[in-house]
Write a protein that binds this ligand. Structure first.
Ligand SMILES: *Cc1c(COP(=O)(O)O)cnc(C)c1O
Length: 554
């Protein structure tokens, strides 16, 4: 018995010979083989930099490491997944693999993402449009009733959270449709799922004959320009869909960008960005609802809000004047506007267009990655928030110390390090200090409205004094010594190094003096006192426009 996917596939797709590419013909060779098989140019591009390396070669059609990384991300195995140029491409590939022009049909809820209908038309497939409920809610019984007995129905799309209305569809409802339309492939588009509170059905799609889940790195991972997404389903169905791809769909540069974004040590920062976007969405919704020109606000599971406004032309004019792009969606709802959640600064401008006064939020935040052969570090600091704090340097005692700095400094810190701990903790400890200092320096920006401070802290018998001047000039002084060579995996000799690295990378003078009996107490007292001194030094006080120096700049 053939699989459902084989029965539904276009006969031409099943008959298609796999594209005759050099990679397949010569797959027995190792990476060192002399490549005279693909009419490539032997010379790399003239430009410098790591990205240019290897660009004269054709990419892997389905890069194994990216497939593995995406499979791990979505909790399936590589056979369940075909990588595409964004989820858009996955929609196109599915329609072309399954729909015969002039004969087959796709079902599309309305209103929803316009690409489903676009690619259906392109392929000559019939479109069965099924209205969502009065509040744009997805009603499985209505969808199934409208589609029962529709001849040649190959694909039924469901977008959750729905673009542009934002509402998420409960997984049980999607599965109900899949259970009742057994001869149709249900395509669940999870492009915005990371911003929603419903769970993914990717792992479920891997097991079912008639469910496919679409994913993209465009939204949650901020990689819209790289064009990387995928379709997830059972291996037979995925193999059939993959036949509709061009021979080399994924540019090497996009693969590199995706691999960098998916590096585990960067995940905490991506998660924090998503949390910030969600928090902004929830903060803005009631503010916009209070606007005199807004009739309704829908805050669902996406990185956007769906509004209905009184006079869309007037709003359009205002937005144009402020240089703000938004999407007007009159076909979805009268006065419909889809507004993407931007950065805090961008959102403040957008709120102004709706007549909502917004406090101009200071943006003293910085994110950076620092990669060397020895360590890979991602760090995010926000001087105007106390949480979250998440520190994973690989050296537990040092995690505890940096957590003390952030907790006593009252700033948000996310810092992850993948370092060469198999050698020892030295590189990780030092490089984390450099990365933290650089991030703090960047977050301080022009250092307006900040002070210069110090703090003395007793900790049982130990006492530490830290003086900081965020002067713009690095200087470091450390007075004190330790008896033990290590505290856990943390080498005590690194403490003075850490403060020197911080001084250098923050462009600050940092003086540390510590005395006492117990090395753990002494070390902890240094980090805590540093956090306290930093908290005073970065606090907003005085005239926000002035740097706290008679020179006028720091
Ligand atoms: C943005 C979007 C996509 C397309 O994402 P890409 O991966 O950038 O092609 C797919 N589905 C929906 C609902 C979207 O809004």
């Amino acid at each position: 018995m053939s699989s459902l996917a084989e029965r539904l596939a276009r006969p031409e797709i099943l008959a298609l010979e796999p594209f005759d590419i050099a990679a397949q013909a010569n797959s027995a060779f190792g990476p060192d083989a002399i490549k005279l098989d693909a009419n490539e140019n032997p010379f790399s591009p003239l430009s410098d930099g790591p990205l240019a390396a290897g660009l004269n070669r054709y990419p892997e059609p389905q890069p194994a490491r990216l497939t593995r990384a995406l499979a791990a991300l979505y909790n399936v195995v590589p056979e369940n997944l075909v990588v595409t140029r964004g989820a858009d491409d996955a929609i196109d590939v599915l329609v072309r693999a399954f729909c015969r022009a002039g004969e087959d049909a796709v079902a599309i809820p309305s209103p929803t993402f316009s690409a489903y209908a676009h690619f259906a038309r392109l392929q000559g497939a019939r479109i069965i449009s099924v209205p969502l409920g009065s509040e744009f809610e997805f009603v499985p019984a209505d969808y199934v009733a409208a589609l029962r007995d529709a001849p040649g129905l190959k694909l039924a799309f469901i977008c959750s959270p729905n673009n542009p209305t934002g509402n998420a569809v409960a997984p049980e409802q999607v599965l109900e449709v899949a259970d009742r339309l057994l001869d149709t492939i249900v395509v669940l588009d999870e492009a915005y799922l990371e911003f929603a509170s419903v769970p993914s059905l990717a792992a479920e799609a891997a097991k079912r004959p008639n469910l496919v889940v679409l994913k993209t790195l465009s939204k949650a991972f901020g990689l819209a320009g790289a064009r990387v997404g995928c379709a997830i389903g059972n291996p037979e169905l995925i193999a059939i869909a993959a036949r509709a791809l061009p021979p080399y769909p994924l540019p090497s540069l996009s693969v590199e960008a995706a691999m960098a974004a998916l590096a585990p040590y960067r995940r905490p920062i991506h998660e924090e960005r998503i949390a910030r976007i969600i928090a902004e969405r929830e903060r803005m919704a009631p503010l916009l609802a209070a606007s005199p020109i807004v009739r309704s606000v829908r805050t669902g599971g996406g990185n956007f809000l769906f509004l209905q406004v009184e006079e869309p032309q007037v709003l359009a004019e205002k937005l144009r004047g402020l240089g703000i792009r938004a999407r007007f969606r009159p076909n979805a709802a009268p006065g419909g506007v889809r507004l993407t959640i931007g950065s805090e600064g961008e959102n403040a401008v957008a709120l102004a267009a709706f007549g909502v006064p917004a406090a101009s939020a200071p943006d003293r935040r910085a994110e950076l990655v620092r990669e060397t052969k020895e360590t890979k570090i991602a760090v995010a600091v926000d001087l105007d928030r106390a949480t979250p704090r998440r520190i994973e340097t690989g050296v537990p005692f040092y995690d505890h110390m940096l957590d003390q700095v952030a907790a006593h400094g009252e700033f948000s810190l996310i810092l992850t390090c993948a370092g060469d701990l198999d050698i020892d903790a030295h590189h990780s400890v030092e490089d984390c200090a450099i990365a933290l200092g650089s991030a703090l320096s960047r977050a301080l920006g022009e250092r307006r409205g900040i002070g210069r401070f110090g703090f003395t802290l007793p900790m049982d018998e130990a006492q530490a004094q830290v003086l900081i001047d965020l002067s713009g000039r690095p200087y470091s002084r450390f007075e004190g010594s330790f008896e033990a060579s290590h505290i856990g995996a943390y080498p005590t000799e690194m403490t003075s190094h850490v403060f020197r690295s911080l001084a250098d990378s923050m462009n600050a003078a940092i003086h540390v003096k510590v005395e006492g009996e117990n090395d753990h107490h002494k070390t902890e007292a240094c980090f805590k006192a540093f956090g306290r001194a930093l908290r005073q030094a970065v606090r907003h006080e005085g005239d926000p426009a002035l740097a706290p120096s008679t020179k006028g700049v720091l």
